[in-house]
Design a protein around this ligand. Sequence first.
Ligand SMILES: Cc1cc2nc3c(=O)[nH]c(=O)nc-3n(C[C@H](O)[C@H](O)[C@H](O)COP(=O)(O)OP(=O)(O)OC[C@H]3O[C@@H](n4cnc5c(N)ncnc54)[C@H](O)[C@@H]3O)c2cc1C
Length: 192
Amino acid sequence: MGISTGGFVLKNVKLSKAHLIGEQNKGFYYAMEGFSAARILIAATCVGAAEAVLELGIEHIKNRRAFGRLLGSYEGIQFPLVEHHTNLESLKLLNYRTAWMLDQMYSHQRFTHHDIAKAAAMCKLRAPLYAFDAMNEVADWLGALGYTKEFPIEMGIRGVRSYSIGAEGTLNIMRIIIARELLGNEFLPYRS
Ligand SMILES: Cc1cc2nc3c(=O)[nH]c(=O)nc-3n(C[C@H](O)[C@H](O)[C@H](O)COP(=O)(O)OP(=O)(O)OC[C@H]3O[C@@H](n4cnc5c(N)ncnc54)[C@H](O)[C@@H]3O)c2cc1C
């Protein structure tokens, strides 16, 4: 599974000054800053999940025979594999670059929070959807096996879906962030 779900409520909680993190009344901004890092991690999780499922698929198509031939020798299987592998490598690079930008911001004051927010939103927009696609593709290669609970694909499909539905912001929120960075704050739908 991707992540567990639950909730909690805080009411009238009072803490001593010793528990104050950073500056008072800046919590929202600290949380928002954390979201960019978290979105990079989520994208990395999805890239890892996609890579794992493709490896599982490759193992299967190199061993399973249908109509007298190995599945991996049919172009109908090879071509989607190639597309998936290429998409995976492109996403990996986007993710590594964004993680590098975040490192650069903290260690060398290069890049702004806006640059990072946009790059992290691009990772979070693409990786969960891509991982979902890769899972679906490999589920096809596995045939009925892919539908069983003995194989981790049904679990993976549910797991990566959690990252596009909500965790660390919905896909539309990622789109809004990217559009804001491309067009400017005055184009934010909730500002006009
Ligand atoms: C696995 C998982 C883990 C989570 N972990 C946490 C957590 O740790 N902490 C936490 O606080 N929350 C967490 N969430 C909650 C998550 O942040 C919310 O589910 C998410 O923000 C969507 O809010 P919502 O469920 O109320 O849906 P809604 O806000 O009702 O959104 C429903 C749909 O409408 C779209 N939508 C809403 N407003 C707009 C708009 N203005 N423009 C365009 N489209 C819009 C959304 O993109 C979405 O597709 C988690 C959710 C999941 C699924």
